[in-house]
Ligand binder design. Structure first.
Ligand code: G6P
Ligand code: ZN
Length: 583
């Protein structure tokens, strides 16, 4: 079928600067005339017309409200820009890690490979007509566009005058698998709809020993529950956990993807994953019955994960450290060793201790997955993670929620390989974590989030904290005035990173106060919100003494919390007497 290309005049729209992970705004902002179109064309222009012509592009996402409209618009614009093929996940669904896998691994029927992707998601932000939509671009390596590209996109949004579109191209039926072919002024244009679970399952099977996990899941001693929070993870969970690994159907909670995530907040943490938290015996109200041995949740686009044991929460910072410590033995993909490990700056130093003990290359990078991608492309990093519930490896260039669950299942299967059939007690998630603390010491850790704070006030608070850093003796005077029982602050700075691969420098990546005993306070402004500002406060204390590793973390950290709140004048600046979320 033939289509024509029309050139539509437009003008720049303010505020199209991509954040940590693309452009995220309320749906009503995206629905403004030309809003999405301007951003998409700005991206095509940043990539350059030569690269766009003939390209194979993936366009899909977490299926949130407005995705179906957005996909059709992008298909029409891709056709008009001379793109050769667009690959769409069935019903526009493709998790962020699956997009990365598809870019890296999939070959089309004619041997074609994808050159990049528009991922339609606002990740863990709520969805629906009055909530958030988002779009980000991923490159040929399967990872998020680097700052050099996102800066260009932003510059282009400020000067855009027109975009081409194939207005008469009929909407493609994204619910039916298959290829639809069109003929444009520049030749053939195909839209292929497929189920990305096939590619994703294949990749997972090449990494993990599914047989040993299947054995673990078949044991009556081991019980499991997975909550997709109505995000896109549900589209993979049934296939992997039930069909491939033999878990019970009843192990799946909220695994039907919904445009509004069932009205919930699709962020896998102790506050928002309420049902799972209750099932795991960690909620305020008891659901009755014995909680499962292992529980996990994902965010809207399935790149985040939360790992829980029976009545036990595993901090994401501990999770990546434990995966790194056990990867070589428990996960076939890593059996020949780890190239290196990395964490984001605000993530606790639990991984550092493992790296040191196993003599592994170690990197501390700014918040944002793209920094890991550079290390991985250069063969310097195998496993990495962030405090923000992201864990992953160099199998793709995004964090991977289901991968993290399979990594934990592999560790559980490995630790239980002799006991799974006999009468011996199961080695539980909690056992594994406590054993890890006994070996490496424990990093008590908590994060306080102050969401939707007045942006001006948040900036003032950060400026105040930077100003304080000019005199450490002065900081210590304040600290000792608040609590005499904490260590001295030994240094304070704003984190700055020089990428060891491309030499690029990222400044102002978080305000740090480092204490003599290894404790840390970190303050950052979130880069993923869509309204106002979110202040994140990260609090950490290292305890090597095995007799002191069993405390409740909020209690152990309360002196440092006290200092952080008073030092930053949190209540004074924000008017908030308590954080919105504590993890
Ligand atoms: C996204 C990125 C992560 C990052 C997180 C930070 O999820 O993919 O790499 O850690 O945002 O979010 P924040 O709201 O703290 O900027
Ligand atoms: Zn996400």
């Amino acid at each position: 079928m033939a289509f024509k290309v029309t050139l539509v005049s437009t003008s720049p729209i303010d505020g199209q600067k991509p954040g940590t992970s693309g452009l995220r705004k309320k749906v009503k902002v995206f629905k403004q005339p030309n809003y999405l179109e301007n951003f998409v064309q700005a991206t095509f222009n940043a990539l350059t017309p030569e690269k766009v012509k003939g390209a194979t592009l993936v366009v899909s996402g977490d299926g949130r409200y407005y995705s179906k409209d957005a996909v059709q618009i992008i298909i029409k614009m891709a056709a008009a820009n001379g793109v050769r093929r667009v690959w769409v996940g069935k019903n526009t669904l493709m998790s962020t890690p699956a997009v990365s896998a598809v870019i890296r691994e999939r070959s089309g029927a004619d041997g074609s490979k994808a050159t990049g992707a528009f991922i339609l998601t606002a990740s863990h932000n709520p969805g629906g007509p009055t909530e958030d939509f988002g779009i980000k671009y991923n490159m040929e390596n399967g990872g998020p566009a680097p700052e050099s590209i996102t800066d260009k996109i932003y510059e282009n949004t400020k000067t855009i005058k027109e975009y081409p579109i194939a207005e008469d191209l009929p909407n493609v039926d994204v619910s039916a698998i298959g290829i639809t072919s069109f003929e444009g002024p520049e030749g053939k244009f195909d839209v292929e709809v497929f189920d990305s679970a096939d590619d994703y399952v294949k990749l997972m099977k090449s990494i993990f020993d599914f047989e040993s996990i299947r054995k673990l899941l078949s044991s009556p001693k081991f019980t499991f529950c997975y909550d997709a929070l109505h995000g896109v993870a549900g589209a993979y969970a049934h296939r992997i956990f039930v069909e491939e690994l033999g878990a019970q159907e009843s192990a799946l909670l909220n695994c039907v993807p919904k445009e509004d995530f069932g009205g919930g907040h699709p962020d896998p943490n102790l506050t928002y994953a309420k049902e799972l938290v209750a099932r795991m015996g960690l909620g305020k109200s008891d659901t009755g019955g014995e909680p499962p041995e292992f529980g996990a949740a994902a965010d809207g686009d399935a790149d985040r994960n939360m790992i829980l044991g029976k009545r036990f929460f595993v901090t994401p910072s501990d999770s990546v450290a434990i995966i790194a410590a056990n990867a070589i033995e428990a996960i076939p993909y890593f059996s020949s060793g780890l190239k290196g490990v990395a964490r984001s700056m605000p993530t606790s130093a639990a991984l550092d201790v493992v790296a040191k003990s196993l003599n592994l290359k170690f990197f501390e990078v700014p918040t944002g997955w793209k920094f890991f991608g550079n290390l991985m492309d250069a063969g310097m990093c195998s496993v990495c993670g962030e405090e923000s519930f992201g864990t992953g490896s160099d199998h793709i260039r995004e964090k991977d929620g289901i991968w993290a669950v399979l990594a934990w299942m592999s560790i559980l299967a490995h630790k239980n390989k002799d006991s799974i059939d006999g009468d011996t007690k199961l080695v539980t998630v909690e056992d594994i974590v406590r054993q890890h603390w006994a070996t490496y010491g424990r990093h008590y850790y908590t994060r306080y989030d102050y969401e939707n704070v007045d942006a001006g006030k948040a900036k003032e608070l950060m400026e105040h904290l930077v100003k304080l850093q000019s005199s450490i003796p002065e900081v210590n005077k304040i600290v000792k005035g608040i609590r005499s029982d904490v260590a001295n602050v030994s240094s304070a700075d704003e984190f700055e990173y020089k990428d060891p691969v491309d030499g690029s420098i990222s400044k102002h990546q978080g305000i740090r106060y480092l204490f003599e005993d290894g404790s840390r306070l970190v303050f950052r402004l979130s880069g993923t919100g869509s309204e106002g500002a979110t202040i994140r406060l990260y609090i950490e204390q290292y305890e090597k003494d095995a007799s002191k590793i069993g405390r409740e973390s909020q209690e152990a950290l309360s002196p440092l919390v006290d200092i952080a709140l008073k030092l930053s004048k949190m209540e004074e600046f924000t008017g908030r007497s308590a954080p919105t979320v504590i993890t």
